[in-house]
Design a protein around this ligand. Structure first.
Ligand SMILES: [Zn+2]
Length: 551
């Protein structure tokens, strides 16, 4: 997802009134519904999804979605009740197994389904869930989840879903927790005959029905996370190309409103540029089997897997503006680069708990600078990262609360990107750094992960214990202060305003010569080659600097 510029300015003005420490001290109140949504309950843990067939009919005339989701699952534990998530005003009508109706009870956003017979471990079973309703309409897509029922210039329906955070159970019944992904999925969408549905994966077939409707069958051959599943319905124009990538031919398909076809043909020339840059930094595009698609949607954009949605107005920047204030942000289409970058960090490497959403957003915020570096050089990328610092709020920790579907601070974007840029300065070896980024993508290819797995991998591969670095930037709101003092040929320094045990190495330039220091919270002194040298801390580190000699 892209950071909302609206909430940025709103929260900034709110912060002028409320002291940041008061904000951080307020632990939100969580409900039983939050726990049911955000944790791996016993009623989720005993079954492992192997396959979904979401088979729906979408009616733009009355804003309804109906029909069924078939779930194949492997029994992995002791079957009790089955937890299925589906949020009001959507309703579950029926749950059928082996032609036999199952009974169920609703508790808010959750249905408890009673399983009739005892199931055998490791065997695969199937359940068909019939549902219908008018799903919640999004008031601010994609930041508030729901369906957007819009129209194109000819008055034809232009419909799309987006549901990160709020959950796929806003519009279809599923196990709405990120830890469990189906191995594959079929998405069948029935729409009026004059419209096209574009969903994830590859188009298998289109059924033309007698009732003046068509059903589009999209098959996803890879594991897919819940919020990645999406529908996009419009009178689309289509064009395509083949990208020659690291793993061979990658089919790229583009769907845009007919009125925007010419603009799209020009703007989407950035897609192969994006793919080349990200394959260089992160490794092969992770879903060759499912192809890459960029699909126009009636909102800014979202990283739907192999079906990235686009609404950036066919302009460079973020809605035509530069988030870094350096000018570099206008060199690329923010939504093409940012949302597509999520194919690597979000769709291939996926957070298990949204509290660790930094795994998606920190790397992809940082990827914007990597894109610039690839085409405009290292300084361009660096200037961009440093420029985005003005957007950091240090209001709350980047990490949210676990097991209650809680996101951390929006600082997961700019502060997260700056944390990675800082770590890169410590590594101080561009090829090693690139190998770590590519290593993450091969180690955790198509995996759901905890933040700690990413942190440990980076410590292991950098050869530096980064524990306190992650503690500082992800779980604390303070900016560490590098305090130093030069007297004669002696340099005295320490970290202050930091987490206990903070020991991040720090790079400085002593009269222009690079030097790596190992500060701790206690003052250390090193001898310099020159008297009264000028000390320039490396600007790539996201830290505060205090010359305590007062010079
Ligand atoms: Zn994002």
């Amino acid at each position: 997802m892209a950071r909302s510029s609206f909430s940025l300015s709103f929260l900034f003005s709110a912060l002028l009134i409320i002291n940041a420490f008061q904000v951080s001290a307020q632990k939100p109140v969580f409900t039983r519904q939050d726990t049911l949504r955000g944790s791996i309950t016993p009623e989720r843990a005993w079954w492992d999804i192997t396959y979904y067939h979401l088979d729906i009919s979408v009616n733009p005339l009355d804003s309804t979605i109906r029909v069924s989701n078939t779930i194949n699952y492997r029994v992995t534990g002791n079957p009790t009740l089955m937890q299925i998530d589906l949020q009001p005003p959507m309703n579950l009508i029926k749950a059928v197994q082996n032609n036999s109706d199952l009974t169920f009870k609703r508790e808010g956003n959750v249905y408890w389904i009673s399983m009739k017979e005892v199931k055998q471990k490791d065997k695969i079973y199937s359940i068909v869930l019939s549902f219908e309703g008018k799903p919640r309409v999004s008031t601010r897509p994609p930041w508030v989840g729901g369906i957007t029922w819009s129209k194109d210039k000819n008055g034809l329906p232009f419909v799309a879903s987006a549901c990160q955070g709020d959950g796929a159970s806003l519009w279809w019944p599923c196990k709405d927790h990120m830890y469990d992904e189906p191995d594959s999925m079929l998405i069948s969408v029935n729409v009026p005959e004059n419209l096209v549905d574009v969903s994830n994966g590859r188009l298998r077939s289109v059924d033309v029905l007698r009732n003046k409707t068509k059903t589009y069958h999209w098959f996803v051959a890879n594991p897919i996370n819940n919020y990645g599943v999406n529908i996009n319905i419009a009178d689309y124009a289509h064009f395509s190309e083949v990208f020659k990538g690291e793993k061979g031919d990658l089919d790229c398909d583009y769907y845009v409103l007919k009125e925007n076809l010419e603009k799209a043909k020009e703007q989407f020339k950035q897609v192969p540029l994006m793919l080349a840059a990200f394959e260089h930094w992160f490794g092969p595009y992770p879903f060759y089997e499912d192809s890459y698609k960029l699909v126009e949607a009636p909102y800014l954009g979202m990283e739907h897997q192999s079906c990235v949605t686009y609404g950036n107005g066919f302009k460079n920047g973020y809605r035509g503006t530069d988030l870094s204030g350096t000018g570099w942000g206008l060199k690329f289409d923010f939504i093409i680069v940012h949302e597509s970058g999520h194919e690597w960090f979000a769709n291939s490497i996926t957070y298990e708990d949204i509290a660790d959403m930094w795994i998606h957003e920190s790397f992809i915020n940082y990827s914007e600078s990597l894109y610039l570096e690839y085409y405009f050089g290292k300084d361009a990328g660096s200037e961009y990262v440093l420029g985005t610092r003005s957007n950091i709020r240090n209001d709350r920790p980047v990490t949210g609360f676990y097991n209650v579907n809680n996101e951390g601070s929006g600082d997961m974007y700019y502060k997260g990107g700056n944390m990675l840029h800082t770590i890169r300065q410590i590594v101080n070896d561009d090829e090693k750094w690139r190998n770590i980024l590519r290593g993450l993508n091969s180690e955790f290819y198509h995996k759901v992960v905890k933040g700690s797995q990413i942190e440990n991998f980076m410590s292991l591969k950098t050869g530096i214990n980064l524990k306190t670095v992650f503690d500082q930037y992800l779980r604390d709101i303070r900016i560490p202060v590098f305090e130093y003092n030069v007297k004669g040929n002696k340099l005295t320094f320490r970290w202050n305003n930091c987490v206990a045990g903070f020991n991040m190495p720090m790079k400085i330039f002593v009269s222009g010569k690079e030097k790596l220091l190992y500060p701790s919270e206690r003052f250390s002194t090193v001898q310099l080659d020159v008297e009264n040298a000028t000390i320039m801390p490396d600007k790539g580190f996201y830290v505060a600097i205090l010359n305590i000699s007062g010079n």
